[in-house]
Design a protein around this ligand. Structure first.
Ligand code: PRT
Ligand code: ZN
Length: 283
């Protein structure tokens, strides 16, 4: 049995549960529970506040977990970062009131900065030779300048909307973050096989994200041109159709270039184009 920690509620909870579910691990997601059991997989889920996950994994109370990289950087917990998971993307930045005539990092010399991430900030300031007062605040950091509690803030930014609505502007990005899969460093040998199986499943789910399976009929003399338009994982599959002079072509296309590719294929004579979701990709 492997014990796996995820956020009990909040921004990473849903995506973490979805990754497990898409990996065929069905967990009892009644979020009020502290400990949940998967019905068909040797894993138990520990639902925690995100701040507690790095330490709990570092000390072996949980074997693996999902948490924002920002929490690992702040706690400096001694864990292995096994994978970046591609969700919960954000950055931690310095922001100042929008009326400030900001002219570089020196502006922060002698100022006070409110943050829930004092360690990351302290490290950044000392590396840059800036001496500022750090005020640790848990939650609603963005109101600190207007409330007269600090001159500036150091906080998580995603769309930037919170900064704008609080009369602030982002002036320095310090750290990029996203959800990461972490593992304790001394994972007992009897759980290594479960870890490998989990990674195999997570990778297959992640590989399939942002991909579509495209099938079409195309005049056989256009197949090489079509293959050039389809930068797939491997070469596309080409099969002759019963109809003389026509072939069927199958390939995997990235979502980001899907419409461009399909339009180009149509221009060279592709017909009957089917676009399907990709559920898993196993290399
Ligand atoms: O209760 P618990 O302690 O578990 O949760 P929490 O309230 O501490 O964290 P939560 O659920 O807000 O965020 C969990 C993780 O999601 C963070 O540690 C980040 O890794 C990641 N993440 C991604 C974010 C955001 N995006 C985000 N936008 N965490 C917080 N925010 C907040 C930010 O603090 C600010 O108040 O959203 C606001 C800014 O958003 P924009 O879009 O207006 O810029
Ligand atoms: Zn938290």
């Amino acid at each position: 049995m492997l014990r796996f920690a995820i956020q009990s509620k909040g921004r990473l909870n849903e995506e973490s549960l979805k990754l497990l579910k898409d990996s065929g691990i069905n967990v009892d997601d009644s979020r009020r529970k502290f400990l949940g059991q998967a019905s068909d997989y040797p894993i138990e889920l520990l639902y925690l506040r995100d701040d507690d996950i790095p330490e709990v994994v570092a000390d072996g109370s949980a074997d693996m977990g999902i948490v924002g990289f920002n929490e690992i950087a702040e706690s400096m917990a001694d864990v292995e970062i096994v994978r970046k998971l591609g969700f919960g993307k954000c950055r931690i930045s310095l922001a100042v009131p929008k009326s400030v005539d900001y002219n570089g990092l020196e502006w922060f010399d002698g100022k006070s900065i409110a943050t829930s991430y004092p360690s990351i900030l302290e490290d950044f300031l000392s590396k840059n030779g800036i001496s500022a007062r750090i005020r640790k605040i848990m939650g609603s950091v963005e109101i600190a300048p207007a409330a007269g509690i600090a001159d500036a803030i150091f906080d998580i930014v995603s769309s930037g909307g919170t900064l704008v609505s609080n009369g602030l502007k982002e002036v320095e990005k310090v750290l990029d973050s996203e959800a990461v899969l972490i593992c304790r460093k001394d994972l007992p040998k009897d759980r290594l096989e479960i870890r490998e199986s989990l990674l195999f499943r997570f990778d297959a789910v992640q590989e399939s994200r942002g991909k579509k399976y495209v099938l079409m009929n195309i005049p056989t003399d256009k197949v090489s041109e079509a293959m050039f338009l389809l930068p797939s994982m491997r070469s596309p599959t080409v099969m002759p159709l019963a109809l003389e002079g026509w072939s069927s072509l199958h390939s995997v296309v990235d979502d980001s270039s899907l419409w461009q590719t399909v339009e180009a294929l149509k221009r060279i004579g592709a017909e009957g184009i089917l676009i399907l979701n990709v559920d898993k990709v196993i290399d």
